[in-house]
Design a protein around this ligand. Structure first.
Ligand SMILES: *[C@@H]1O[C@H](CO)[C@@H](O)[C@H](O)[C@H]1NC(C)=O
Ligand SMILES: *[C@@H]1O[C@H](CO)[C@@H](O)[C@H](O)[C@H]1NC(C)=O
Ligand SMILES: *[C@@H]1O[C@H](CO)[C@@H](O)[C@H](O)[C@H]1NC(C)=O
Ligand SMILES: *[C@@H]1O[C@H](CO)[C@@H](O)[C@H](O)[C@H]1NC(C)=O
Ligand SMILES: *[C@@H]1O[C@H](CO)[C@@H](O)[C@H](O)[C@H]1NC(C)=O
Length: 214
C-alpha cells in the first residue's frame, strides 16, 4: 500500500518535471520554510524563435534578504518596494524590500537557455511559493510566466515558477528512515520527500494537489 502510493507520487513528480521543461522553472525547487536558499530561474527558450533581451523576476511577499547573482554581460537592477509593515532594527527602521530584479541588455538565443540566480530567505510557510517571471524578447514580445493554479489545480496561461516549501521542523522529527537525516544536514529535497511520506498535504509542480495518506 505504502509502496504503491509512493510509486504513484514519484511518477507524478517525474511527469510534472518533464512537462514543465519548456516553461520558466526554479532550480532547485524544494526549500525549507524560513531558511536561506539559492535558486536559478531558468529561461528555456525565446519568443517564437526570437532572442530574449530582458528578464524580470518578481519577488513573492514574505521573501527577504534578496540578492541577485551578478550575471555578465547583463545589467542587473534591484527594484525596491515599500514594506507593508516597516521593521525596526537596532540600526534604524527598514521600510523597503526588494520587489523585483530586472536583468537587461543581455541576449539569449532561442536555441539556448540561461539561469538567473537569486539568493534569499524563504518565508515561514508550507506548500508552493509562486514566482512571476516576465520575459521580453527582441521582437518586443513578452512571455509572462505569471499563471497560478486555481482551486482545482488547473493553470491557464504561462505558468509561474514554483518553489515547494516544506516545514523543516516537522520533517526532521519523523521517526523512521534514519538514512535521510544521518548527515545531520537535512536538505530541502529530503525534507520535501519526507513530507510526502508522512501524510502531509503537498503541492507538486504546476499545482497538482497530492495527498499522501500513508
Ligand atoms: C520573431 O517572432 C515573430 C513573431 O513575433 C516571427 O514572425 C518571426 O519569424 C520571429 N523571428 C525569428 C528570427 O525567429
Ligand atoms: C523610508 O524611510 C526613509 C527614511 O529612513 C524615508 O526618507 C522614506 O520616505 C521612507 N519611505 C517610505 C516608502 O516610507
Ligand atoms: C512548522 O513546524 C513547527 C513545529 O512543529 C510549527 O510550530 C510551525 O507552526 C510549523 N509551520 C508551518 C508553516 O506549518
Ligand atoms: C507582460 O508583462 C509586461 C511587464 O509587466 C507588460 O508590460 C506586458 O503588457 C505584459 N504582456 C502581457 C501579454 O500580459
Ligand atoms: C539512527 O542513527 C543514529 C545515529 O546515526 C543511531 O544512533 C541510531 O541508532 C539510528 N536509529 C535507527 C532506528 O536506526
Amino acid at each position: 500500500m505504502k509502496f504503491t502510493i509512493l510509486a504513484t507520487v514519484v511518477s507524478t513528480l517525474l511527469i510534472a518535471a518533464s512537462s514543465v521543461e519548456a516553461h520558466v522553472t526554479a532550480n532547485p525547487s524544494a526549500g525549507v520554510s524560513g531558511s536561506y536558499f539559492q535558486s536559478n530561474f531558468r529561461v528555456p527558450h525565446g519568443c517564437d524563435g526570437n532572442s530574449t533581451d530582458m528578464v524580470i523576476v518578481e519577488i513573492p511577499k514574505g521573501v527577504t534578504s534578496v540578492k541577485p547573482r551578478a550575471l555578465y554581460p547583463w545589467n542587473t537592477a534591484i527594484n525596491m518596494v515599500a514594506l507593508d509593515t516597516p521593521i525596526t532594527t537596532s540600526t534604524g527602521v527598514i521600510n523597503t524590500t526588494v520587489g523585483s530584479v530586472t536583468w537587461s541588455n543581455g541576449l539569449i538565443l532561442d536555441s539556448m537557455y540561461e539561469d538567473f540566480g537569486l539568493q534569499f530567505k524563504l518565508p515561514v510557510m508550507e506548500g508552493p511559493l509562486y514566482w512571476r517571471v516576465y520575459q521580453h524578447c527582441v521582437n518586443n514580445a513578452w512571455n509572462n510566466w505569471t499563471a497560478i493554479p486555481d482551486s482545482t489545480g488547473k493553470t491557464t496561461g504561462e505558468p509561474a515558477a514554483v518553489i515547494n516549501v516544506a516545514n523543516a521542523t516537522t520533517s526532521t522529527t519523523t521517526p523512521s528512515d534514519n538514512t535521510t537525516s544521518s548527515s545531520g544536514k537535512t536538505s530541502a529535497a529530503i525534507s520535501f520527500s519526507q513530507a510526502l511520506g508522512f501524510g502531509h498535504v503537498v503541492f507538486v509542480g504546476a499545482g497538482a494537489l497530492l495527498m499522501a495518506m500513508i
